[in-house]
Design a protein around this ligand. Sequence first.
Ligand code: ATP
Ligand code: MG
Length: 257
Amino acid sequence: MESPLIDLKDISYSYEQTKALDHISLTVREGDFLAIIGPNGSGKSTLLKIMLGLLKPTSGTVELFGVDSKQFKQREWIGYVSQKSNSFNSGFPATVEEVVIGGLAKKAGLFKRIPRDAKKLANDALTSVGMAAFAKRRISELSGGQQQRVFIARALVARPKVLILDEPTVGIDHENVQAFYNMLAHLNHDHDITMILVTHDMGSVSDRITHVACLNQTIHFHGFKEKFETMSDEQLEAWHGHSVRKIHHNGGDSQHA
Ligand SMILES: Nc1ncnc2c1ncn2[C@@H]1O[C@H](COP(=O)(O)OP(=O)(O)OP(=O)(O)O)[C@@H](O)[C@H]1O
Ligand SMILES: [Mg+2]
């Protein structure tokens, strides 16, 4: 069997005062569409930053594409859109196209030149998220959902094999959330991009994903979505501390936040 794309073994992580992750092991394989879910402060964003090498684990190992994270060079294979990346103030002058071309810097390296076909690459990436018509608009003039798509295009322009998204649907209204998840499913199916998504939105995304990880400092469950759907109320409560069936059925857990 091929190496997993991301393999976390026995990861713990503490901020100065706070233990955020406690002995986490998690494997992501090519083609997976993984939703990471858990209450506020359960360590979801921290876990993504460990995968990305933005934080060094206190203990445990991270392998990326079969290579120890410290030796891993192909950072452009892993695209990332952070939580709250779409908060431009109205004065931000860059155009959509410029923002997307900025995503090539990672691939080109800081001091190498941006490729001559950058505009075409940016346009291809914008097309795949349905935003090509907005290329010349100012990013600050777009809606939150449109900005989020542009950020995904910025991550896609470097042709990643894995896309890691931290709560990308915050600020997107209910009607547009479905279309947004359809777009992610299209990238997963048709562009062979492995997806890792932090979400509070299981009701809307559950048709699209293959795997679920339930996090609350430790991993309470990781496996196929179908298996997650058979978890008992007791198991879910042990993880989340609330009756979380509602997350599942009405697509939001704001009542638990
Ligand atoms: N930079 C930081 N310094 C200190 N503590 C932090 C820092 N970032 C996060 N924490 C703490 O670590 C824990 C995990 O935070 P994290 O941001 O990973 O949670 P999360 O699951 O992403 O939450 P949310 O759903 O609110 O985004 C929390 O207790 C948080 O207060
Ligand atoms: Mg977070």
